[in-house]
Design a protein. Structure first.
Length: 293
């Protein structure tokens, strides 16, 4: 067994599973996510990046294996990344040994580094909640609830808390605050996205970047994402099929609604880019949408 214990957290590897336990002062995203058991089949690679203070141990997962990484879409900072560990200077040798052990196991088991067609990690435990600048989002597996605080705009608070059944949600998107630009956690209803900015959208939290706690909204996005029927069906489809082509067509909109169809094309492109859809699956689904147009 390989093990490395740091103030940032503890990683162990028993030959089959990399177990990650965040440290007491780890980023709120990692603390809320808690202990993670990463099966070897979900690992694409591992590396140690040395620097003058020690370095960073980094686990690279296969595309599509983790719902949190899928929801974050590469926007998590290193401190919030559950698959990165800060290593102190006197533990660099242990980190390098850890890397060797995982790499050897990957070679022996011949684990490919290609994307997977389904989530291999369970994602955040339910119920899950995440904060924003103007409210809080929570999800229990069936219903999303957006509760507003005194900073929210009247367009949100006038109707009280927003309660959204999962069946009414077509997509979820998370974007952290970057520089002077606010971010958002946005839920798109099946009837189409709201055109208002997130600040006024009753289906969105406005993220101001005032605290690290706001990043926990990505956990809500991940929990919802892995339970949406559309993306989940695409993930689970082993090969192109009539059902996949049918899923590419927006059932809630008429064939002439080009805005909905164009949005669906963008979503399919994102799934293809992320490695969730193969070239053949993407081509089949795209042709189905184009025929509707």
């Amino acid at each position: 067994m390989a093990e490395i214990i740091q103030r940032d957290g503890t990683w162990t590897f028993d030959g089959d599973t990399v177990r990650i336990v965040p440290g007491g002062k780890a980023h709120p995203v990692r603390q809320e996510l808690g202990e993670i058991a990463v099966p070897l089949e979900a690992v694409a690679g591992v590396s140690f990046e040395p620097d003058r203070k020690g370095g960073r141990l980094r686990l690279r997962l296969r595309g599509g294996a983790c719902p949190v990484l899928r929801a974050a879409d590469g926007r998590l900072k290193d401190g919030a990344d559950p698959y990165a560990l800060t290593v102190e200077k006197d533990r660099t040798g242990v980190a390098e040994y850890f890397v060797d052990e995982v790499r050897n196991a990957l070679l022996i088991e011949q684990v490919p580094d290609t994307p997977v067609d389904r989530f291999l990690l369970p994602g955040p435990a339910l119920p899950v909640s995440g904060g924003g600048g103007d409210g809080t989002a929570s999800f229990d597996g069936e219903t999303i609830r957006l509760t507003w605080n005194w900073k929210a705009e009247e367009s949100k608070t006038a109707g009280g808390a927003s309660t959204l059944p999962l069946s009414r949600i077509a997509a979820v998107r998370w974007l952290p605050s970057i520089g002077l630009e606010n971010g958002y956690l946005r839920f798109e209803p099946v009837e189409g996205p709201v055109s208002a900015p997130p600040k006024y959208d009753p289906y969105a939290l406005d993220l101001w970047g005032m605290s690290k706690k706001e990043h926990t909204a990505v956990l809500v996005a991940a929990a919802v994402l892995m339970r949406l029927p559309g993306p989940r069906a695409a993930l689970d489809a082993p090969q192109a099929s009539p059902s996949l082509a049918k899923a590419a067509e927006p059932a809630a909109a008429p064939a002439g609604d080009h805005d909905v169809l164009l949005r669906r094309l963008r979503e399919l492109g994102e799934l293809h880019k992320a490695g969730v859809l193969t070239d053949e699956e993407f081509s089949t689904a795209k042709q189905a949408v184009l025929r509707s147009m």
